[in-house]
Design a protein around this ligand. Structure first.
Ligand code: ATP
Ligand code: MG
Length: 688
C-alpha cells in the first residue's frame, strides 16, 4: 500500500498512537477500549482516530460518533477537521461535512427513530418533552388517577419522574429502585406502577417522547434482529467518548449495533463517573472488554498533558482516597507550578467578590476571560456571582442551559411551535389554550379530549366546539395554528408569525412585556441557526444553547467572556485557571449525597473532575457560611460550613491556604446576620 504521510501521528505518544491506528486499514477492526485518567488525551486521541480513519479512506457518512453534549460533538468535529486538514488540505471540509452522525446519544436516537418511524409504528412527527414537560404530564396523569387527592403524601411529580426514569435507564424493576434509592416511597409501589402505565399510555396517545424514551425506543428497536442489522450496517465505525457516564440502555444499544464489537471504540475514565444519579454505571466500561470474544483490546494512557504537577498531585491525592478505582494515577512532565489554593471566605457574597477580583487580576496578568472558568455543583449556586460579575461589567457565559428558555413567555412561544408540529401534545396544547382569555382548564381539557379521540388531530381541533367564552380569540388561535402548519411562512420566518399571534397575550399577561419581547426576537435569531422547525425543537429540548450574561443567547463570537458552569457540564473541558465554588460539606458532598457510600464516592469523583479541569491554577473556595436551598429538612437556610471531607487534614500540605479578605475587621454582628453558631444544628449533627 502507498505510504501515506501522517504527520499528526508524530504529535502523539506511543500508547495514543496505538489507539489511533488500531485496526485502521483492516475491514473489521477489533473492539477497542481506551481507559485513562483526566487530561491524558483520551478525547484528543479519539479525534485523531476519527481523522485517521477518514484520511485512510473510511466513509465519514458511515461513522457514528457519540459524545455527551452537542458542544462536545461540535468541538470534536472541529478537532477532526483541523487534524485531517494537515493531510487533506481544503478537501478535509467536505469530508467533515459528511460526518453527519456526530452528536449525543439522545439527539442521534431522535434522528434514527424518525428515520425508522414507519417500521416501528411510530408517528415521525413526535415531539419531545423536556424534564419539566414530562413532570407536568406525570402530574396530569396522577390527577386523572386520583392519587394526589385521596393520598396526600403521595410522592411529588418530580420524584415520580425520577423513579420512573431510574427504572427505565437502569432497566431495573420498580421495587428494587424504590428500596435502593427511594425508600420513603416503598409503600406506593402499586400506585406508582399504575401511574407509570398511565404515563406511558398518555405519551403514546399524544405522540410525545421524553428523554428516556429516546434511548428506550432505540434500544427496543434494536431488539428486532432485522432492524438491528439494518441500523448496525449503516455504520462501519462507532466511537464513544466519556463511556463511564453511559447507562445500561446505552450499552445495550451499542452491543446491538455491533454485536461482535468490530468497529467499536469506547473511551472513558472510571474515576470521572458522575452520572450514577441518572443510572449511569461504571460497569459498562469495566465489563466492555469481556463482552466480546476475543476480548476487546485495552489501551491505557498514563501521562497527563493538562495540569501542572502541583494540581495533578492534589487531584490524584483526592481520588486516591476513593474506595474503588480501576485507572492508575497519572504523571505529568509539566512544571511544578503553584500549589492549588484553598481560599477561606466568610460567605457566598465574599466568595463572589473574591472570584470576580481574581478573574480581573488574571486578565491584567495576561489570561483572557475565556481561559478562566468558575465551576459549581448546582446551577443556582452561581446567583451571587452573576450579580457581582454584572456589577463589575465582566461578561460571562453560563454553560448548561439558556436561562431564558425556562422563562414563561419563551415556553409559551415554543409550546405553539410544538403544538403545530404535533397537535396531540397535551402539555403544549394545555399551556396555549390557557393563554386565551375566557378559556379555563375544563374547556381546554374538553378540546384536548376531542383531539385525542380523533384520527385527524388538526381536523378535530378546528371542528371542536369552541370554548364558550373564548370568542374571537379562539378564531385567531385556530388561524395561527393552521397557517403555521401549512408551512406558508417558511422556516424560520414562521416564528415571527407565531410571535405576532402571541404578543397581545404577552402584553396582557406580563407587565414587563417589552423586555420579554426582546427575548422572543432573540429566539427567532437562534432559530435561524437550525434547518427546520423539527430540528430546532428537538435540539433545543435536548441540549439548549448556553446562556450569556446579556441574556442574548446568541454566542458572543468575538468577545471575551468568563465561563460559568456546573461541574457536570464542565466534563471533558480545560481552562488555564479554574475556580471551584463551595468546596464545603453540604455542597460537595451535598446534603442529599450523604446517604449511601456509593453516593459519597460519586461526590468525590465530582470534586476530582472539577480539580482536573485546571491547567495552571486552581482555587477551591471555602465559604464559612453557605446557603442551602430547601435541600435539607429545614428548608432554605444558612448553614455553617466546613471544608469538604474529601480534603482531610492529611492532604492540606498539597494546598496553599489563604483567607480573604486578609485583614477583615471583626464583622459587626447584627440581627440580620443571624446567630454566630447554629447550636441546634450542631446538636442534631452529633447524631448523624
Ligand atoms: P478528560 O478526562 O478530562 O476528558 P482527556 O483524557 O480527554 O481528558 P484531552 O482533553 O484529550 O484529555 O487532552 C488534554 C490536553 O492534553 C489537551 O489540551 C490536549 O491537547 C493535550 N494533549 C493530549 N495528548 C497530547 C500529546 N500527545 N502531546 C501534547 N499534548 C497533548
Ligand atoms: Mg475527554
Amino acid at each position: 500500500s502507498p505510504v501515506l504521510a501522517t504527520p499528526y501521528l508524530d504529535t502523539l505518544n506511543p500508547a495514543q498512537r496505538r489507539a489511533v491506528t488500531h485496526g485502521v486499514g483492516s475491514e473489521r477492526p477489533a473492539p477497542l477500549l481506551v481507559i485513562a485518567g483526566a487530561g491524558s488525551g483520551k478525547t484528543n486521541t479519539l479525534a485523531h482516530r476519527v481523522a485517521h480513519l477518514i484520511v485512510t479512506g473510511a466513509d465519514p457518512r458511515r461513522i457514528l460518533l457519540m459524545t455527551f453534549s452537542r458542544r462536545a460533538a461540535a468541538e470534536m468535529t472541529r478537532r477532526v477537521e483541523r487534524i485531517a486538514r494537515k493531510v487533506m488540505g481544503e478537501g478535509a471540509s467536505v469530508m467533515i461535512d459528511a460526518l453527519r452522525w456526530a452528536g449525543t446519544f439522545h439527539g442521534l436516537g431522535a434522528r434514527l427513530l424518525r428515520d425508522y418511524a414507519d417500521q416501528i409504528g411510530l408517528d415521525p412527527a413526535f415531539t419531545i418533552h423536556d424534564r419539566e414537560d414530562a413532570a407536568d404530564l406525570m402530574n396530569l396523569v396522577r390527577h386523572e388517577l386520583g392519587f394526589s387527592k385521596t393520598q396526600t403524601r403521595f410522592p411529588a411529580k418530580g420524584t415520580c419522574l425520577a423513579i420512573y426514569s431510574r427504572c427505565v435507564n437502569a432497566q431495573t424493576p420498580i421495587e428494587t429502585v424504590l428500596t435502593r434509592s427511594f425508600p420513603w416511597c416503598v409503600a406506593w409501589a402499586a400506585e406508582l406502577r399504575e401511574l407509570f402505565a398511565g404515563y406511558v399510555e398518555a405519551k403514546q396517545r399524544q405522540n410525545v417522547l421524553d428523554y428516556d424514551d429516546l434511548l428506550l425506543y432505540w434500544a427496543q428497536t434494536m431488539c428486532d434482529p432485522d432492524l438491528a442489522a439494518d441500523i448496525g450496517a449503516r455504520f462501519d465505525h462507532v466511537l464513544i467518548d466519556e463511556y463511564q457516564d453511559t447507562n445500561r440502555l446505552q450499552s445495550s444499544i451499542l452491543l446491538a449495533l455491533k454485536p461482535d464489537g468490530h468497529g467499536l471504540t469506547v473511551v472513558g475514565d472510571d474515576a470521572q463517573s458522575i452520572y450514577a444519579f441518572r443510572a449511569a454505571t461504571i460497569r459498562n466500561i469495566l465489563d466492555f472488554p469481556a463482552a466480546f470474544s476475543p476480548p476487546a483490546e485495552i489501551i491505557t494512557l498514563d501521562q497527563n498533558y493538562r495540569s501542572t504537577q502541583a494540581i495533578l498531585g492534589a487531584a490524584n491525592a483526592v481520588i486516591d482516597l476513593a474506595s474503588e478505582r480501576f485507572t492508575k494515577n497519572l504523571w505529568t512532565d509539566r512544571a511544578t507550578g503553584a500549589l492549588p489554593q484553598l481560599v477561606n471566605v466568610r460567605d457566598e457574597a465574599d466568595q463572589a467578590r473574591f472570584i470576580a477580583g481574581r478573574v480581573l487580576e488574571n486578565r491584567e496578568a495576561g489570561a483572557t476571560l475565556k481561559q478562566q472558568a468558575v465551576l459549581f455543583r448546582a446551577s443556582h449556586h452561581s446567583g451571587p456571582l452573576e450579580i457581582e460579575l454584572t456589577r463589575r461589567n465582566i461578561p460571562f457565559v453560563k454553560f448548561g442551559g439558556l436561562k431564558f428558555l425556562d422563562a414563561a413567555h419563551v415556553k409559551d412561544l415554543l409550546a405553539l411551535l410544538r403544538f403545530v408540529e404535533n397537535p396531540r401534545d397535551r402539555v403544549a396544547g394545555f399551556r396555549l389554550m390557557q393563554l386565551l382569555p375566557g378559556v379555563g382548564p375544563t374547556s381546554a381539557q374538553r378540546v384536548l379530549d376531542h383531539i385525542a379521540a380523533a384520527t385527524d388531530p388538526m381536523e378535530a381541533l378546528t371542528s371542536a366546539p369552541p370554548p364558550p367564552r373564548a370568542g374571537d380569540e379562539w378564531t385567531a388561535f385556530l388561524g395561527a395554528v393552521e397557517e403555521l402548519r401549512s408551512g406558508r411562512a417558511g422556516w424560520p420566518a414562521e416564528i415571527e408569525r407565531a410571535r405576532l399571534w402571541y404578543e397581545p397575550h404577552l402584553e396582557r399577561i406580563h407587565e414587563d412585556a417589552t423586555t420579554r419581547q426582546a427575548d422572543l426576537v432573540q429566539l427567532e435569531q437562534i432559530a435561524g441557526g437550525y434547518p427546520s422547525r423539527e430540528r430546532f425543537l428537538t435540539e433545543l429540548t435536548l441540549d439548549p444553547p448556553d446562556a450569556t450574561s446579556d441574556q442574548a443567547g446568541v454566542p458572543l463570537l468575538d468577545e471575551d467572556y468568563l465561563i460559568l458552569s456546573t461541574i457536570h457540564s464542565a466534563k471533558g473541558q480545560e481552562w488555564k485557571s479554574v475556580f471551584v465554588m463551595n468546596v464545603v460539606d453540604g455542597c460537595i458532598p451535598s446534603d442529599l449525597g450523604v446517604g449511601s457510600s456509593d453516593e459519597i464516592e460519586e461526590e468525590r469523583r465530582l470534586l476530582y473532575v472539577a480539580m482536573t479541569r485546571a491547567k495552571d491554577d486552581l482555587h477551591l473556595m471555602v465559604p464559612q457560611r453557605f446557603f442551602t436551598h430547601g435541600q435539607s429538612a429545614t428548608g432554605d437556610r444558612h448553614v455553617y460550613a466546613a471544608r469538604t471531607r474529601f480534603i482531610p487534614n492529611a492532604l492540606l500540605g498539597l494546598f496553599e491556604r489563604t483567607a480573604w479578605p486578609l485583614a477583615a475587621p471583626e464583622p459587626a454582628r447584627s440581627a440580620s446576620q443571624g446567630p454566630r453558631i447554629d447550636i441546634r444544628a450542631q446538636m442534631r449533627g452529633m447524631w448523624r
